[in-house]
Design a protein around this ligand. Structure first.
Ligand code: DAH
Length: 353
């Protein structure tokens, strides 16, 4: 019987040696040392032995059990180590590999221009205000000295929602809202960026929805010289320090006098090129002195207060600044255009920075 035990031991040690992982070793533990394992089963045969034989057999059994356990534990330890090493090896991180760069969004070219203009005017003490895109006829036209049937209304083909409501055709509506809303009738310095709408057929230079930035300054003794000074700062910041501006008479119902403001061509410096159509000047915005009727209609005494106003078209500014030829590119959200713009933006074309 003792020989039988020894055979079991040899068989066990042999199998343990061959076992390749923890799972197999655990199976062997059950096979030999478990309750119904080969070693345990041997104890059942002890009943047939004499007292002395039992002693001897018991001792041998315990020794063999101990030996198998010891070898098994040792093998188990090694198997664990091996498994860990294999895992470490397979999960090794190569820190020298180039990283996967995260996709990042870029600022839309129009928003870049709007923010640039906002920052500039804020630095000159202006507030930024926004108002409704669905506007009342009262603010969009009437309070701006454009009564019903005024011929100049025809210049701004409108999307009417009801007889008195429309999608605003111009951010100038905000002039009336800001002046009327200022109950203390204190001085005003504000710009109002926002979306505007006109019933235009879309083409390379027209969009039924576009953007404007309205500017308004009201106070005592505000003159055209202030407007010129402010706009000079504006064009120099956006188009380069050497820029000059030129004021030409124009007509808007809400300003008197009304002006068209040109900037000296940033491309040829005034000599004449295809960007300025050979004139050396580029038409950039409209403005003028706030009409006394507008001041009065919004509760400001025109004998005490004067003001200037202007309207900027950020699309036009962005198109000039970045050489964009089709206004529709701002709205069709073609990623190739937007990405191209961001690439350009961080590099060569941005002259003003
Ligand atoms: N609202 C005008 C337009 O849409 C632009 C404009 C001209 C705004 C003169 C002004 C201004 O504030 O004074 O064509």
């Amino acid at each position: 019987m003792i020989d039988e035990l020894k055979d079991i031991k040899n068989e066990a040690l042999d199998e343990i040696k061959k076992a390749s992982d923890e799972k197999e070793l655990n199976e062997l533990r059950t096979k030999y040392l478990g309750k119904k394992g080969k070693v345990s089963l041997m104890t059942k045969q002890m009943g047939t032995l004499s007292v002395d034989e039992k002693k001897e057999f018991g001792k041998a059994l315990n020794e063999i059990k101990g030996e198998i356990t010891e070898v098994l534990e040792e093998a188990m330890k090694k198997a664990k180590e091996k498994a860990l090493n294999e895992r470490l090896e397979s999960e090794k991180i190569d820190v020298t590999l180039p990283g996967v760069s995260a996709l990042s969004g870029g600022m839309h070219p129009l928003m870049k221009v709007v923010e640039e203009v906002e920052d500039l005017f804020i630095s000159m003490g202006f507030d930024v205000a926004s108002g409704p895109e669905m506007e009342e006829d009262l603010y969009n036209f009437e309070k701006l000295n454009l009564p019903k049937n005024h011929p100049a209304r025809d210049d701004q083909d409108s999307f009417y929602i009801t007889a008195e409501r429309l999608l605003r055709t111009q951010t100038s509506a905000m002039q009336a809202r800001v002046m009327e809303g200022n109950k203390e009738k204190t001085e005003i310095r504000v710009i109002c960026p926002g979306k505007t709408y006109r019933r235009d057929d879309d083409d390379a230079t027209h969009s039924h929805q576009f953007t404007q930035i309205e500017g308004l300054m009201v106070g005592e003794n505000i003159s055209l010289a202030h407007l010129k000074g402010v706009l000079e700062v504006f064009v120099r910041r956006l188009f380069g320090e050497d820029r000059e501006i030129r004021l030409r008479p124009n007509y808007f119902p809400f300003t008197e006098p009304s002006l068209e403001i040109d900037v000296s061509c940033f491309s040829c410096g005034g000599k004449g090129c295809n960007i300025c159509k050979g004139t050396g000047w580029i038409e950039i915005l409209g403005g003028g002195m706030v009409h006394p009727n507008v001041l009065r209609g919004c509760g400001y005494d025109p004998d005490k207060f004067t003001g200037f106003a202007f309207g900027i078209g950020p699309e036009r500014v962005a198109m000039l600044k970045y050489g964009i030829t089709d206004i529709r590119s701002f709205y069709t959200n073609d990623l190739r255009f937007l990405k191209e713009f961001n690439r350009v933006e961080s590099g060569v074309y941005n002259e003003s920075k």
